[in-house]
Design a protein around this ligand. Sequence first.
Ligand code: IMP
Length: 419
Amino acid sequence: MGADLIVGIQWGDEGKGKIVDLLAQNYDVVCRYQGGHNAGHTIVVDGKSVALHLIPSGILNPKAVNIIGNGVVVSPEALLKEMEQFEDLEGRLLISDKAHLIFKYHEEIDKAKERLRGKNAIGTTGRGIGPAYSDKVSRQGHRIGELKDIDRLTQKIMDYFATNRPYFEALGVATPDERTLKKELERYQKALLPYVVDATGYIWDRLQDGQSKILLEGAQGTMLDIDHGTYPYVTSSNTIAAGACTGLGLAPKDIGKVIGIAKAYCTRVGNGPFPTEDHGPEGERLRRQGHEFGTTTGRPRRCGWFDAVAAAYACRINGCDEMALMKLDVLDGFEKIKVAVAYEYEGDRIDYVPSDLENVKPIYEEFEGWSSVVGARSWDQLPQEAKRYIEALEDLVKTPIAIVSTSPDREDTIIRKRI
Ligand code: IMP
């Protein structure tokens, strides 16, 4: 039995949280494989709202084991704050000893560089994600397993500051005080080390036992992938399905079903190309009806129409077997609904995603709107126009839509095909 995978096929914020939460009830192990506390969603369970940034959504299933994989960058401060929401994490949360650490100085570097970029800023979440991954790739990062030897880790961090002094001085990032740093690391050691394991070995065992159902939870979305997204306006990890292999230590053949998550329209936070962005009243209406403000930073999201070209590209790159279409109810009341079915690029009509996506213009097809789908729980409850819209997206993206979500509520979900 392979591990099933959930991946965002737009620019993040597709509503993966609701689907993972829904599916996590049926899985024994839920794993995060990339990103950090730049991701985030709030899940309401029994009237209590739980904010998750790093901990996989399986934490709400008392029987599931949750893994933070080696591909994730972990801010100990953010993780500890998140852990405070739960009382019973022992044995239910495991952190890969190879996951890299994010420190306060990563956040300071992130913000300083964004300031220096001025009008070319990426619009990062300011959480230190890029600098932490940069340190990892340039072989000067620090892994969570290193918390085992605080003296050594403190020395390594002080050496790192000494080596990079001119760079930090230019950015205005201060060298930490050694004693304060050591105390901080000791606190992390005490609080986090009990959860640190060889996560890859653990998942291999669970895969091998033939009994366990494993779910892999992607963060952000395909169009924010460091290699295949709208570079440089991307996040610093491989958000696509392939990232689960490197981010957990799995082989491609360990992956089972891949489910792509998309909203019934598109949003993006931060800068960078977004062909179907609507700057007019309809974009504003999508933002208002969809409550499109970032969970992590509170920033208003840019809003626009479903981009079937980008979604088809994303489904291909991830090998999506099925899609879940989220927030269909946000389109309620629109008279006409637009979908980008192709792009105009260098004078031609194209149906692929070029690497300079900022130079395309969307070619739209219009669909009839409907009055309301909110709260629909079966296919039969949907108006004809909504059914036509969903079926058209399936044809354009060449991937079946197995799940349709019609409100934030767990129950308001149409399961067309059991995953
Ligand atoms: P970073 O990941 O903080 O470096 O930000 C890089 C880009 O990815 C920015 O455009 C962010 O807005 C975007 N981004 C990062 N995390 C998320 C997310 O969870 N949802 C949507 N966009 C994100």
